[in-house]
Design a protein around this ligand. Structure first.
Ligand code: KIV
Length: 275
Protein backbone atom coordinates (compact mmCIF):
# COMPACT_ATOMS: atom_id res chain seq x y z
CA UNK A 1 0.00 0.00 0.00
CA UNK A 2 1.41 3.38 -1.04
CA UNK A 3 1.89 6.00 1.66
CA UNK A 4 -0.78 8.66 1.55
CA UNK A 5 -2.38 11.48 3.54
CA UNK A 6 -3.41 8.99 6.24
CA UNK A 7 0.24 7.95 6.70
CA UNK A 8 1.04 11.61 7.45
CA UNK A 9 -1.95 11.97 9.80
CA UNK A 10 -1.01 8.81 11.70
CA UNK A 11 2.63 9.93 11.95
CA UNK A 12 1.55 13.19 13.60
CA UNK A 13 -0.71 11.31 16.02
CA UNK A 14 1.85 8.65 16.99
CA UNK A 15 4.97 10.81 16.88
CA UNK A 16 6.61 8.67 14.17
CA UNK A 17 8.92 10.95 12.19
CA UNK A 18 8.25 11.48 8.49
CA UNK A 19 11.21 11.14 6.11
CA UNK A 20 11.14 12.94 2.79
CA UNK A 21 13.82 13.31 0.11
CA UNK A 22 13.77 14.98 -3.26
CA UNK A 23 14.17 13.03 -6.50
CA UNK A 24 13.94 14.10 -10.11
CA UNK A 25 14.40 10.89 -12.12
CA UNK A 26 13.33 7.24 -12.25
CA UNK A 27 16.50 5.47 -11.05
CA UNK A 28 17.08 7.76 -8.07
CA UNK A 29 13.41 7.59 -7.10
CA UNK A 30 13.61 3.79 -7.19
CA UNK A 31 16.65 3.73 -4.88
CA UNK A 32 15.09 6.21 -2.44
CA UNK A 33 11.79 4.30 -2.51
CA UNK A 34 13.56 0.98 -1.85
CA UNK A 35 15.32 2.57 1.13
CA UNK A 36 11.87 3.11 2.65
CA UNK A 37 11.34 6.88 2.65
CA UNK A 38 7.82 8.10 3.55
CA UNK A 39 7.53 10.53 0.64
CA UNK A 40 9.48 11.76 -2.37
CA UNK A 41 9.36 15.43 -3.29
CA UNK A 42 9.86 16.36 -6.92
CA UNK A 43 11.01 19.80 -5.84
CA UNK A 44 11.32 22.76 -8.14
CA UNK A 45 14.85 22.74 -6.70
CA UNK A 46 15.38 20.70 -9.86
CA UNK A 47 15.95 24.13 -11.42
CA UNK A 48 19.15 24.40 -9.35
CA UNK A 49 20.43 20.86 -9.05
CA UNK A 50 19.30 19.34 -12.37
CA UNK A 51 19.04 22.27 -14.78
CA UNK A 52 21.77 24.59 -13.46
CA UNK A 53 19.61 27.71 -12.93
CA UNK A 54 20.54 30.17 -10.17
CA UNK A 55 17.09 29.87 -8.60
CA UNK A 56 13.73 28.16 -9.11
CA UNK A 57 12.04 31.01 -10.99
CA UNK A 58 12.63 29.67 -14.56
CA UNK A 59 11.20 26.20 -13.81
CA UNK A 60 8.13 25.41 -15.95
CA UNK A 61 5.09 23.16 -15.65
CA UNK A 62 6.58 21.02 -18.45
CA UNK A 63 9.79 20.56 -16.41
CA UNK A 64 7.78 19.46 -13.36
CA UNK A 65 5.58 17.08 -15.36
CA UNK A 66 8.55 15.55 -17.19
CA UNK A 67 10.56 14.89 -14.02
CA UNK A 68 7.49 14.15 -11.89
CA UNK A 69 6.25 11.38 -14.16
CA UNK A 70 9.73 9.77 -14.18
CA UNK A 71 9.84 9.80 -10.37
CA UNK A 72 6.29 8.46 -10.09
CA UNK A 73 7.25 5.47 -12.26
CA UNK A 74 10.03 4.65 -9.77
CA UNK A 75 8.07 5.05 -6.53
CA UNK A 76 6.23 1.93 -5.40
CA UNK A 77 5.57 2.86 -1.76
CA UNK A 78 6.60 6.46 -1.23
CA UNK A 79 4.00 9.19 -1.68
CA UNK A 80 5.06 11.43 -4.58
CA UNK A 81 4.61 15.17 -4.02
CA UNK A 82 5.26 17.44 -7.00
CA UNK A 83 6.02 21.15 -6.61
CA UNK A 84 3.88 23.70 -8.40
CA UNK A 85 6.38 25.97 -10.17
CA UNK A 86 6.54 29.76 -10.06
CA UNK A 87 3.47 31.42 -11.64
CA UNK A 88 1.55 28.16 -12.01
CA UNK A 89 -0.76 29.03 -9.06
CA UNK A 90 -0.20 32.68 -8.06
CA UNK A 91 -2.21 34.26 -10.89
CA UNK A 92 -5.66 32.84 -10.12
CA UNK A 93 -7.50 30.05 -8.36
CA UNK A 94 -8.64 28.71 -11.73
CA UNK A 95 -5.10 28.54 -13.11
CA UNK A 96 -3.91 26.88 -9.89
CA UNK A 97 -6.60 24.24 -10.17
CA UNK A 98 -5.84 23.49 -13.82
CA UNK A 99 -2.11 23.19 -13.13
CA UNK A 100 -2.54 21.06 -9.99
CA UNK A 101 -4.73 18.78 -12.12
CA UNK A 102 -2.02 18.52 -14.77
CA UNK A 103 0.57 17.51 -12.16
CA UNK A 104 -1.80 14.74 -11.01
CA UNK A 105 -2.84 13.52 -14.48
CA UNK A 106 0.36 14.01 -16.49
CA UNK A 107 2.97 13.98 -13.69
CA UNK A 108 1.19 11.13 -11.86
CA UNK A 109 1.60 12.98 -8.55
CA UNK A 110 -0.02 11.79 -5.33
CA UNK A 111 -0.06 15.37 -4.00
CA UNK A 112 1.16 18.84 -4.93
CA UNK A 113 3.15 21.43 -2.96
CA UNK A 114 2.94 25.18 -3.26
CA UNK A 115 4.62 28.09 -1.49
CA UNK A 116 2.93 30.77 0.59
CA UNK A 117 0.54 31.39 3.47
CA UNK A 118 -2.79 33.20 3.75
CA UNK A 119 -2.42 34.74 0.26
CA UNK A 120 -2.61 31.29 -1.40
CA UNK A 121 -5.30 29.82 0.88
CA UNK A 122 -8.06 30.24 -1.77
CA UNK A 123 -5.89 28.18 -4.15
CA UNK A 124 -5.19 25.51 -1.49
CA UNK A 125 -8.91 25.23 -0.66
CA UNK A 126 -9.93 24.91 -4.32
CA UNK A 127 -7.26 22.30 -5.08
CA UNK A 128 -8.15 20.24 -1.99
CA UNK A 129 -11.87 20.56 -2.79
CA UNK A 130 -11.08 19.06 -6.20
CA UNK A 131 -9.64 15.99 -4.47
CA UNK A 132 -5.95 16.85 -4.73
CA UNK A 133 -3.90 16.70 -1.51
CA UNK A 134 -1.77 19.81 -0.87
CA UNK A 135 1.45 20.36 1.06
CA UNK A 136 2.02 24.02 1.95
CA UNK A 137 5.48 25.61 2.17
CA UNK A 138 6.35 28.46 4.59
CA UNK A 139 9.44 30.27 5.83
CA UNK A 140 12.11 30.64 3.17
CA UNK A 141 10.02 30.25 0.04
CA UNK A 142 12.56 30.19 -2.82
CA UNK A 143 10.06 31.37 -5.46
CA UNK A 144 9.80 34.65 -3.48
CA UNK A 145 13.58 35.06 -3.35
CA UNK A 146 13.42 38.55 -4.87
CA UNK A 147 10.97 39.89 -2.28
CA UNK A 148 12.75 38.10 0.59
CA UNK A 149 16.04 39.68 -0.49
CA UNK A 150 18.03 36.43 -0.63
CA UNK A 151 18.30 32.98 0.90
CA UNK A 152 18.05 33.84 4.60
CA UNK A 153 16.48 32.53 7.80
CA UNK A 154 12.84 33.59 8.22
CA UNK A 155 10.96 34.37 11.43
CA UNK A 156 13.63 36.00 13.56
CA UNK A 157 11.58 39.16 14.24
CA UNK A 158 8.37 39.10 16.33
CA UNK A 159 6.28 40.25 13.34
CA UNK A 160 7.57 37.61 10.93
CA UNK A 161 7.43 34.89 13.60
CA UNK A 162 3.78 35.79 14.34
CA UNK A 163 2.95 35.86 10.61
CA UNK A 164 4.53 32.40 10.16
CA UNK A 165 2.40 30.98 12.98
CA UNK A 166 -0.75 32.57 11.54
CA UNK A 167 0.09 31.31 8.05
CA UNK A 168 0.63 27.77 9.38
CA UNK A 169 -2.83 27.88 10.98
CA UNK A 170 -4.32 29.39 7.80
CA UNK A 171 -2.95 26.69 5.44
CA UNK A 172 -4.13 24.02 7.87
CA UNK A 173 -7.60 25.62 7.87
CA UNK A 174 -7.55 25.80 4.05
CA UNK A 175 -7.04 22.02 3.92
CA UNK A 176 -3.30 21.40 3.48
CA UNK A 177 -2.38 17.98 4.91
CA UNK A 178 1.22 18.97 5.76
CA UNK A 179 3.39 22.05 5.75
CA UNK A 180 7.07 22.42 4.91
CA UNK A 181 8.99 24.86 7.12
CA UNK A 182 12.19 26.02 5.45
CA UNK A 183 14.97 27.95 7.21
CA UNK A 184 13.01 28.78 10.34
CA UNK A 185 14.63 29.00 13.81
CA UNK A 186 14.31 25.62 15.57
CA UNK A 187 12.33 26.89 18.58
CA UNK A 188 9.82 28.70 16.37
CA UNK A 189 9.39 25.60 14.16
CA UNK A 190 8.81 23.46 17.30
CA UNK A 191 6.25 25.95 18.59
CA UNK A 192 4.39 25.99 15.25
CA UNK A 193 4.51 22.17 15.18
CA UNK A 194 2.78 22.06 18.57
CA UNK A 195 0.13 24.57 17.53
CA UNK A 196 -1.21 22.77 14.44
CA UNK A 197 -2.67 19.31 13.83
CA UNK A 198 -1.06 18.71 10.43
CA UNK A 199 2.57 17.52 10.30
CA UNK A 200 5.42 19.97 9.75
CA UNK A 201 8.25 18.86 7.47
CA UNK A 202 11.37 20.80 8.29
CA UNK A 203 14.36 21.77 6.20
CA UNK A 204 16.68 23.93 8.26
CA UNK A 205 13.97 24.09 10.92
CA UNK A 206 15.44 21.90 13.66
CA UNK A 207 14.52 18.60 15.24
CA UNK A 208 11.13 19.58 16.62
CA UNK A 209 9.32 19.20 13.30
CA UNK A 210 7.23 16.11 12.57
CA UNK A 211 9.49 15.18 9.66
CA UNK A 212 12.48 16.26 7.61
CA UNK A 213 13.19 16.84 3.93
CA UNK A 214 16.52 17.31 2.15
CA UNK A 215 17.60 17.70 -1.46
CA UNK A 216 19.22 14.34 -2.26
CA UNK A 217 22.24 15.79 -4.06
CA UNK A 218 22.98 17.88 -0.96
CA UNK A 219 22.82 14.99 1.50
CA UNK A 220 24.86 12.73 -0.79
CA UNK A 221 27.57 15.35 -1.37
CA UNK A 222 26.88 15.59 -5.10
CA UNK A 223 26.23 19.33 -5.39
CA UNK A 224 28.81 21.88 -4.35
CA UNK A 225 27.58 25.16 -5.96
CA UNK A 226 25.94 26.14 -2.67
CA UNK A 227 25.61 24.14 0.57
CA UNK A 228 23.28 25.63 3.19
CA UNK A 229 24.25 25.31 6.89
CA UNK A 230 21.35 22.92 7.54
CA UNK A 231 22.61 20.25 5.13
CA UNK A 232 24.22 17.17 6.63
CA UNK A 233 26.33 15.12 4.22
CA UNK A 234 25.47 11.46 4.69
CA UNK A 235 27.95 10.34 2.00
CA UNK A 236 30.55 11.71 -0.43
CA UNK A 237 28.98 10.34 -3.58
CA UNK A 238 30.34 13.23 -5.66
CA UNK A 239 33.91 12.13 -4.85
CA UNK A 240 33.10 8.49 -5.63
CA UNK A 241 31.59 9.54 -8.99
CA UNK A 242 34.54 11.75 -9.91
CA UNK A 243 37.01 8.96 -9.06
CA UNK A 244 35.07 6.49 -11.20
CA UNK A 245 34.88 8.97 -14.12
CA UNK A 246 38.65 9.58 -13.90
CA UNK A 247 39.38 5.86 -13.84
CA UNK A 248 37.13 5.32 -16.88
CA UNK A 249 38.90 8.09 -18.81
CA UNK A 250 42.32 6.66 -17.89
CA UNK A 251 41.32 3.12 -18.94
CA UNK A 252 39.82 4.28 -22.24
CA UNK A 253 42.97 6.25 -22.99
CA UNK A 254 45.29 3.36 -22.04
CA UNK A 255 43.15 0.76 -23.85
CA UNK A 256 42.57 -1.22 -20.63
CA UNK A 257 38.82 -0.81 -21.14
CA UNK A 258 37.03 -2.59 -22.70
CA UNK A 259 38.77 -5.90 -21.95
CA UNK A 260 37.73 -9.19 -23.57
CA UNK A 261 35.09 -9.91 -20.91
CA UNK A 262 33.14 -6.80 -21.98
CA UNK A 263 33.10 -7.76 -25.69
CA UNK A 264 31.06 -10.18 -27.86
CA UNK A 265 32.63 -13.20 -29.60
CA UNK A 266 32.26 -14.39 -33.20
CA UNK A 267 33.59 -17.48 -35.00
CA UNK A 268 36.91 -16.75 -36.72
CA UNK A 269 35.75 -18.36 -40.00
CA UNK A 270 33.04 -15.70 -40.40
CA UNK A 271 35.69 -13.00 -40.22
CA UNK A 272 37.95 -14.96 -42.58
CA UNK A 273 35.21 -15.19 -45.22
CA UNK A 274 34.66 -11.43 -45.29
CA UNK A 275 35.87 -9.66 -48.42
O1 KIV B 1 12.12 22.42 -4.17
C1 KIV B 1 12.46 21.77 -3.17
O2 KIV B 1 13.29 20.85 -3.22
C2 KIV B 1 11.83 22.12 -1.91
C3 KIV B 1 12.49 21.63 -0.67
C4 KIV B 1 13.74 22.33 -0.44
C5 KIV B 1 11.57 21.69 0.49
O3 KIV B 1 10.86 22.81 -1.90
Amino acid sequence: MKNNVLTFKKAKETGKKISMLTAYDYSTAKLIDEAGVTAILVGDSLGNVMLGYENTIPVTMEDMIHHGAAVSRGAQNAMVVIDMPFMSYQVSVEKALINAGRLMKEGMADAVKLEGGSEVCPQIKAIVDAGIPVVAHLGLTPQAIHTLGGFRVQGKTPQVAQKLLEDAKAVEQAGAFAVTLECVPSKLASYITEQIKIPTIGIGAGNGCDGQVLVYQDMLGMFSDFTPKFVKRFASVGEVMKEAFSQYIAEVESGAFPSEEHGYQIDDDIIEKLY
